[in-house]
Design a protein around this ligand. Structure first.
Ligand SMILES: *Cc1c(COP(=O)(O)O)cnc(C)c1O
Length: 334
């Protein structure tokens, strides 16, 4: 039985063509700056996103951490969503390792932060307070795409208030593909952007932090400090380059599959949130655990959550989406 895994878009297996590109990668010691494929990936993504520099790192968590630590000193503060990955899902790294105080704010229904609330949270220049330095946004945010007009406002706002602006763009390309724009239309509003290669883009490992040469220089030093300096990392960077060349436009298929899944579940009477990209949220109430077991017996891997997240990706076909819908229907008619 082939398993359908909808827990996350991190579960994809590298394709034969991607593995072939990895096997053929020219490598060198990246801590010496000599890995040709890492250098190529950094230059390629920096130029794709309109930045002068970039840094390859093992994970998105490290990429965000280095970004926050490169922008902020000890005793500085960043404003961030209460539900944002950088705040909630990264072990408190910015506070623990960077001594950067988070100022979390509730995320709005569209995935944005209310700029009036951000303004009210900015601390006056007074030694009682941490120094508010940075606003961190996330796009997509739980599958939601931040409007371009909002990003332009956030950019003006941060300029007016002397803040830096960081994007956790783990799923930047899902947002760009959904909007039908070049990713630069999103990234041009930010001082730094973190992109995951190991989510919907299908690489096994890797994220890239983009920014100015000065910021990336600081991040490179911090990467060494947290143990993220890798040696012949070109075999991993090659997967990232392959992903950027082959797996961006196909994200539209994942979005179409998510849409079809949501449609099918709604038709079967399930309470499904509106879908924008590759995430479907279904209200399962107190049946979440029972359904997880029921689905697992039928080869479908899910999390057990009353607000169940289903994530589409390149290893889930449309036929398998139909199979998933049928399993929900079978469960609800028991
Ligand atoms: C997955 C993810 C990250 C972190 O990436 P890892 O490689 O798992 O550390 C950061 N932000 C968001 C929004 C993510 O989904």
């Amino acid at each position: 039985m082939s398993v359908i895994d909808l827990r996350s878009d991190t579960v994809t297996q590298p394709s034969a063509a991607m593995l072939d590109a990895m096997a053929r990668a020219a490598t060198g010691d990246d801590v010496y700056g000599e890995d040709l494929t890492v250098n190529r990936l950094e230059a390629d993504l920096a130029s794709r996103l309109g930045f002068a520099a970039a840094l390859f790192v093992p994970t998105g968590t490290m990429s965000n951490l280095l970004g926050l630590m490169a922008h902020c000193e000890r005793g500085d503060e960043y404003v961030v969503g209460q539900q944002a990955h950088t705040y909630k899902y990264e072990g408190g790294g910015a506070a623990v390792l960077g001594s950067i105080q988070p100022q979390p704010l509730e995320v709005q229904a569209d995935g944005s932060l209310d700029l009036a609330q951000v303004a009210a949270a900015i601390k006056p220049d007074d030694f009682h307070f941490a120094r508010t330095r940075l606003l961190a946004l996330e796009n997509t945010m739980q599958g939601k795409v931040l409007p371009l007009e909002y990003l332009a406002r956030a950019r003006r706002f941060t300029h007016e208030h002397g803040l830096q602006l960081h994007l956790d763009g783990a799923r930047l390309y899902n947002a760009a593909v959904k909007l039908g724009v070049d990713a630069r239309e999103i990234t041009r509003h930010f001082d730094s952007v973190s992109v995951c290669l190991s989510k919907g883009l299908g690489a096994p490992v890797g994220s890239v932090l983009c920014g100015s040469p000065e910021l990336i220089g600081k991040a490179r030093r911090l990467r060494k400090m947290v143990g993220g300096g890798m040696r012949q990392a070109g075999i991993l960077a090659a997967a990232g380059l392959y992903a950027l060349e082959h797996n961006v436009q196909r994200l539209a298929d994942d979005h179409a599959n998510a849409w079809a899944l949501a449609d099918g579940l709604r038709a079967a009477g399930f309470d499904v949130e509106p879908v924008q990209t590759n995430m479907v949220y279904v209200q399962m109430g107190d049946t979440a655990e029972a359904f997880k077991v029921f689905a697992a017996e039928r080869g479908i891997r899910l999390s057990a959550a009353s607000r169940l997240r289903l994530v589409t990706h390149m290893d889930v076909s449309r036929a398998q989406i139909e199979q998933v819908i049928a399993t929900f229907v079978e469960f609800s008619s028991k």
